[in-house]
Ligand binder design. Structure first.
Ligand code: FAD
Length: 465
């Protein structure tokens, strides 16, 4: 069993320089994205796109071609964002990548619809009434068009189920399963353009670009989304060593395996776990490490919020575990300051508890604000961190006192900002690590921002999807 607050991994100095590398990668990725959009627009221009705007019918087709090109580019980019490419995962973090994936995905889909309508309208010589017949002809006569229609149907299904109102009605597993059709959609929608699209064939450079982007995306998904987790799970052969109750409805699962030091996990990160206990193994769930990895074992702490999290209580020692990860940048990686503040709520304390152990702060350099409804988790372990590492702790008992406050009802009449700056007067000078429900974390963001904390020093992980 892992020592709950055993030896910590050495971190590269108090702050390290990885946050600067990550900022450079983020800037580079954004520049690359815009460059590809400009490049495809340039090829559209050199292919006569602008001249074609002179007449109504050719103008419709021309704008349709441009929207199709931009849609294809963004379609591949949004798949790439979720391919778990390590350099992107490290620089952005999975939650931020997921948000960008959503924005780019919806933009790509809208452009795709524009492409479909405008191209058909243009081929129908600008006569709206002729578009249904033209669409039929294009579908059956042009190579790859039937596949493209099937791909579009898949993408429509993915987009409809991802609109927030629909998503709220679905279980995560159902939504996720439907979402996987997005790969099929992207895979089927693109070949017609590669086979027939004028801009794809306009020059060897364009052909290489499009086939290259398509192959790189498919390769990234196969390597990092499928291959690497399988390889890691096989190599490390992780097994449960024990399951320990932590409080009402909360258990810690301790695990060990082979060559665990090579897993390169950091405190504050999470894995997606599959416990091979029976039919439920197909459903992976993300859980954060609740103790700093010591190179031999891992620990997660899970609140019973549903069928699979509740079932962990009954998992037997020896159970094999498949893992995807480590993911997330709520870790030492994001740190740019010597002083830090951890702000957590409920079971959101798990990654912060591990971070407080690993960051190796000098006494007084780290403060923890911990809000909990009934009983705090890890009360004894936090007390040891306070005693032995000088972690300052502000306990915030009670349910949230108001929907727009992130504090508990034990705090009194003072407003959130005054309370925060009373407890942590130099909050704006620190790195702030936050974990809890999404809406709660948003309230914390507002208060820390009002206290003068720059946005790039607010590091949050939400347990939602
Ligand atoms: C990055 C991350 C780290 C997390 N770390 C922890 C942790 O350390 N400890 C902990 O107790 N919980 C953690 N969670 C939440 C945990 O993943 C869910 O509570 C768990 O997946 C619920 O599974 P279930 O089948 O028991 O619940 P369900 O009955 O399926 O649903 C219960 C609730 O959990 C949500 N949920 C279900 N599946 C997921 C999923 N894959 N991702 C996010 N939310 C989901 C549902 O929307 C619902 O609100 C984390 C979530 C994320 C995204």
């Amino acid at each position: 069993m892992a020592a709950p607050y055993g030896p910590t991994r050495a971190t590269a100095g108090p702050t390290g320089s990885r946050h600067r590398t990550d900022a450079a990668v983020r800037a580079g990725a954004v520049a690359l994205l815009w460059s590809t959009l400009l490049l495809v627009t340039y090829w559209w221009t050199t292919g006569g796109g602008v001249q074609d705007l002179a007449a109504w019918e050719s103008g419709l087709t021309s704008v349709g071609r441009l929207t199709g090109l931009l849609a294809s580019d963004l379609l591949l980019v949004q798949v790439l964002l979720m391919a778990r490419v390590p350099v992107l995962e490290r620089a952005f973090g999975q939650d931020r990548l997921a948000r960008q994936h959503r924005i780019i995905g919806f933009t790509s889909f809208n452009l795709l619809l524009g492409h479909l309508v405008l191209i058909t309208w243009g081929y129908a010589a600008g006569r709206l009434s002729a578009t249904p017949a033209t669409l039929w002809e294009l579908t059956v006569d042009y190579p790859g068009m039937l596949l493209a229609v099937a791909g579009t149907v898949c993408l429509v299904m993915v987009v409809v189920t991802s609109v927030r109102a629909a998503r709220r009605r679905l279980r995560y597993e159902s939504w996720h399963l439907l979402h996987l059709y997005g790969y099929l959609g992207a895979g089927l929608a693109l070949p017609h353009q590669l086979w027939t699209g004028q801009e794809f064939l306009v020059s060897p450079a364009a052909t290489v670009f499009w086939w290259g982007l398509w192959a790189a995306t498919a390769g990234a998904v196969l390597i990092w989304r499928v291959g690497l987790p399988l390889w890691r799970s096989t190599r490390h052969r992780i097994r449960v060593t024990s399951v320990v109750p932590e409080g009402p409805g909360v258990v810690s699962v301790y695990m060990t395996g082979h060559r665990m030091e090579q897993l390169r996990a950091e405190a504050g990160q999470f894995f997606t776990w599959r416990f091979l206990t029976g039919p439920g193994w197909t459903r992976g769930h993300p859980y954060s490490l609740s103790a700093a990895p010591d190179g031999r074992s891992l620990r997660i702490t899970v609140k019973d919020l549903g069928d699979d999290s509740g079932a962990l209580r009954g998992v037997r020692p020896g159970t094999r575990v498949l893992v995807e990860g480590p993911y997330g940048r709520l870790s030492a990686r994001a740190r740019s300051r010597t002083k830090v503040a951890f702000i957590g709520a409920g079971v959101g304390i798990t990654p912060l508890r591990a971070l407080a152990e690993e960051l190796g702060c000098a006494p007084g350099d780290a403060v923890l604000l911990y809000r909990f409804s009934d009983r705090p988790l890890f009360a004894d372990e936090i007390a040891v961190l306070a005693r032995e590492r000088g972690l300052e702790v502000v306990w915030l008992p009670g349910r949230r006192r108001a929907p727009d406050s992130w504090l508990g009802d034990g705090v009194g009449a003072v407003d959130d900002l005054t309370a925060l700056t009373f407890w942590v007067p130099d909050i704006a000078e620190r790195d702030v690590y936050v974990c809890g429900p999404e809406a709660w974390a948003e309230d914390v963001r507002r208060t820390t921002s009002a206290a003068g904390l720059p946005a790039d020093r607010f590091h949050a992980e939400s347990f939602g999807w």
